[in-house]
Design a protein around this ligand. Structure first.
Ligand SMILES: C[S@@+](CC[C@H](N)C(=O)[O-])C[C@H]1O[C@@H](n2cnc3c(N)ncnc32)[C@H](O)[C@@H]1O
Length: 267
């Protein structure tokens, strides 16, 4: 995946992420803070901060939070939002999640929410998280997942593989900078393989209204209709995962986030 595609895509739509309900008010924000139980002396890093919602949610509970992202216009929105909310312990940093420009063992907490599905190399990102965490430090992840046997039981592997393929195509059609969502089991294995120990994991469903979801990334006309038909004509496995439903003319579907809290073993 071309990273300049990420910068173009998010640069052009940065302002929409300031007010996007799922980003600004999504349930995983408060849930991450609740699960992590941050401490006042902590140094925190939020990777792929977007408009800064996760960094801002943690800021009141830690000493300092660095809100980092690959896209400067997103960081500009995050900085503006921090000023508007009277948050003074947040700084922004331009940073690629796969090559974090920070020293080893610098942070007590690294967060990353609704973003790794844009990273071309998620194992490298997770090993960077492990590197910049202090021994005993915490990694808090929330990201959309693809269907697998853990999230979508009752289907044979080929049905789940097809559903996952089509789901990722659906996401990429709406946002060309979408790389790939991992499944719940794949995330767990990858985090443990990087040397972090999972202390909690759960799945958090979030219902999305189809049109604002698609238009936030600039889709219109034929793309919107294509996405709508994928949703309505999905296989049984994909329907079990996306749960499309209509209320009058309004179409909704559900995405699942994996919420995983992991610790770097103490030295
Ligand atoms: C949906 S937004 C993030 C939402 C935000 N974390 C929140 O909680 O509201 C996705 C962000 O990932 C960033 N991004 C994508 N690829 C990246 C990479 N390789 N390194 C750092 N940031 C990246 C984009 O610039 C964009 O700002």
């Amino acid at each position: 995946m071309n990273k300049s595609l990420v910068q173009d895509q998010f640069g052009a739509h940065a302002a929409a992420y300031v007010t996007s309900t799922v980003h600004a008010k999504g349930a995983s924000l408060a849930r991450l803070v609740e699960l992590v139980q941050p401490e006042k002396h902590w140094q925190a890093l939020d990777v792929a901060t977007g408009a800064g919602h996760t960094a801002l949610a943690f800021a009141p509970y830690v000493a300092r939070v660095i809100a980092s992202d690959l896209t400067q216009p997103m960081l500009d929105e995050a900085a503006k939002l921090a000023v508007a909310k009277g948050i003074a312990n947040l700084e922004t940093a331009l940073a690629d999640a796969e090559a974090l420009p920070f020293a080893d063992a610098r942070f007590d907490l690294v967060t990353c929410r609704i973003a790794p599905h844009h990273f071309p190399d998620i194992p490298t990102f997770v090993s960077e998280v492990e590197r910049v965490l202090k021994p005993g430090g915490t990694f808090a992840l929330a990201d959309n997942i693809e269907p697998d046997a853990e999230s979508t039981p009752g289907f044979v592997p080929i049905e789940l593989r097809d559903a996952a393929l089509i789901y990722n195509t659906f996401e990429r059609m709406r946002d060309p900078s979408h790389s790939r969502c991992l499944g719940m089991t794949e995330w767990s294995e990858l985090i443990e393989d990087a040397g972090l120990r999972i202390v909690h994991k759960e799945r958090a469903p979030k219902e999305m209204e189809f049109e604002p979801w698609a238009t936030r990334m600039g889709c219109s006309g034929p793309t919107l209709e294509r996405l709508r038909s994928i949703l309505l004509e999905a296989s049984l496995a994909l329907k079990a995962f996306l749960r499309p439903r209509s209320e009058g003319d309004v179409l909704f579907f559900t995405l699942d986030e994996a919420i995983i809290i992991a610790r770097k073993p103490a030295a």
